[in-house]
Structures are given as C-alpha cells and as structure tokens.
Design a protein around this ligand. Structure first.
Ligand code: NAP
Length: 276
C-alpha cells in the first residue's frame, strides 16, 4: 500500500503557484461571500482566505447576516461580477434556509465561477470542454495524475452522486476514458459493485462505511468523506485501517483529498485572472 498524499502534493502545487504569482502582471483576487453564521462554513471560509494569503493572492471577504435579502445578496454578486479586481467569486454553500442558491449562483459569470458549480461550467464538463471543474473532483484527478495512474479502460466506481463531488467526479473520469459506475443510497448490492472497482471514490458522509470486504485487492481508494468517529476523531467514509491492507493506493483522512480541494480553488482563480 502507498499513500495518496494530498498534503505533500498540495504544498508543492501551492509553492509553484506562489512563484508564478510573484512574477505575474496581475495578482489574482478571489471574492468570498458567506451568508449567516454556520460554524462549519465559517471555518471553510477562514481556511480559504488563509490559503489565498499564503500564495500571495488577494481575497475580499463579504460576511452577510442571515437577515440579508435574496435581492441584496444578488446585487452584491452582480457588483463583484463587474469588478475587474475580482477574478473569482465563491459563494459559500449551503446558504441558510429560505435562500434560493440556484438563483444566486446564476449571478456569478462562468468566467469567475472558480468553484465550477454553475450550470454553464457543469454543462462544459458534460461536453468535455471543461474549464473550471469542481475543485474536489479536479483535485482528485491531480492526485491520480501525480501518481501516474492510468485511467483509460479502468473500472471506476463512485459512491455518492452530489452535484459538487460525485457527479463531476464521474464526468472527469469518463472524460479520461474510465468506465464509470455511480452508486447512491438506492443502489442495490453496493458491495459487489464496489468490489469490481479498480478505482473507488467514496463521497457519502458516513464514517468508515466502506469496509475491507467491499474493496478489490490492489484497488485505488479515494476517500472524500470528512466525518467524526465515535471518539470525535476526524475520519473518512472508508475504514482506513482495514482497507489499506488491500488497496494499492489510498488517501488518508485528513491529509488526502481535503488539501487538494483548496489548492484547486487557488489554481482556478489564477487561471481566471490570467485568462489561461
Ligand atoms: P451529499 O451531498 O450529502 O451526498 C451524499 C451522497 O451519498 C448522496 O448521493 C447519497 O445518495 C449517497 N449516500 C448516502 N448514503 C449512502 C449509502 N448508504 N450508500 C450509498 N450511497 C449513499 O455529500 P457530499 O457533499 O458529496 O459530501 C460527501 C462527503 O464528502 C461528506 O463527508 C463531506 O463532508 C465530504 N466532502 C469533503 C470535501 C473535501 O474537500 N475533503 C469536499 C466536499 C465534501 P442519494 O443521492 O441517493 O441520497
């Protein structure tokens, strides 16, 4: 077994970005908009701002109270869309109850949608013309690429079909010529489907759900989950201790997929700024 070490790769890629930003004609700027007081969302936003500063990128934070109206939120997004200093716009999801996330997202132009969540960017991914693909799945693609994993013709199984992880992951793997199966909560006989996977990507949000008997010998296992176990310790959706005995490559949690997600956000913001 070898670790798919996202922490080390993320640090390397961020150092490269920092070097490019130092000599760039334009310092990229990311606007982050958060509505309400959700503690987890606040931590995510803080981490993104910190990561921007570390690579020398500008960030503009807009913390809006839950009492803000949909129209006011959309007016802010329109202003940011027109602002030349702002290359990327990130609207932290989920929005509090009562907000229309889809309508708010539609105010972010595809050229500044560095999260890759807009309908236009998702459509481009379907057409295999991806520019900004969702950060978590594209971070996973970078991890696999860095290890020299051949995807062509491989059986890839994805457990979870969220719009932000499972579905874009399936499209990226399909575009890379893998044979892809997507599983979800209504899937029958999940165990035997998972056991066929050369590459198993799990994004369901259930601690240690994928057990050793669901994994083929030598499989590559990517664990997107971020959960707390019964002792309050951070853990993934995969029972790492047992599954690592069978996997040829496996991501740890923490230190696997997570650091790559923010790295891809920085990366996409640079692409947006430099129109690369
Ligand atoms: P989500 O929107 O909650 O979707 C969960 C998916 O898992 C759904 O498609 C659901 O199926 C499926 N599912 C739930 N229980 C299942 C079961 N028993 N068997 C098979 N499928 C099942 O989740 P998400 O936003 O993709 O996030 C998943 C996990 O990844 C969470 O732990 C989240 O915190 C983590 N995450 C981590 C990062 C990172 O950067 N590391 C980024 C994003 C998310 P249905 O569609 O049928 O309901």
């Amino acid at each position: 077994m070898k670790l798919l070490d996202g922490k080390t790769l993320a640090a390397k890629l961020r150092a490269e970005l920092k070097g490019k930003i130092e000599t760039a004609n334009k310092i990229p700027g990311l606007a982050v908009v958060i509505v309400g007081e959700d503690p987890a969302s606040k931590i995510y936003v803080r981490n993104k701002i910190k990561a921007c500063a570390e690579v020398g990128m500008k960030s503009f934070v807009y913390e809006l109270p839950q009492s803000v109206s949909q129209a006011e939120l959309e007016r802010l997004l329109d202003t940011l869309a027109a602002d030349e200093k702002v290359d990327g716009i990130l609207l932290q999801l989920p929005l509090p109850k009562g907000f229309d996330a889809e309508s708010a997202m539609s105010r972010i132009p595809a050229s500044k949608d560095v999260d890759g969540f807009s309908a236009e960017n998702l459509g481009k991914l379907v057409l295999h013309e991806e520019r900004f693909a969702a950060c978590t799945p594209s971070g996973i693609m970078k991890l696999l690429e860095n290890e020299g994993v051949e995807l062509k013709g491989k059986r890839a199984v994805i457990v979870g079909r969220s719009d932000t992880v499972g579905k874009p992951m399936a499209l990226l793997l399909l575009n890379a010529d893998a044979t892809v199966t997507v599983c979800h909560s209504k899937t029958r006989d999940l165990q035997s489907i998972c056991r066929e996977a050369d590459i198993l990507v799990v994004a369901i949000g259930k601690p240690k759900f994928i057990t050793e008997d669901m994994v083929k010998e030598g499989a590559i296992v990517v664990d997107v989950g971020m959960n707390r176990d019964e002792n309050g310790k951070l853990c993934g959706d995969v029972d790492f201790e047992e599954v690592q005995k069978k996997a040829s490559l496996i991501t740890p949690v923490p230190g696997g997929v997570g650091p790559m997600t923010i790295t891809m956000l920085l990366y996409n913001t640079c692409l947006a700024a430099w129109k690369e």
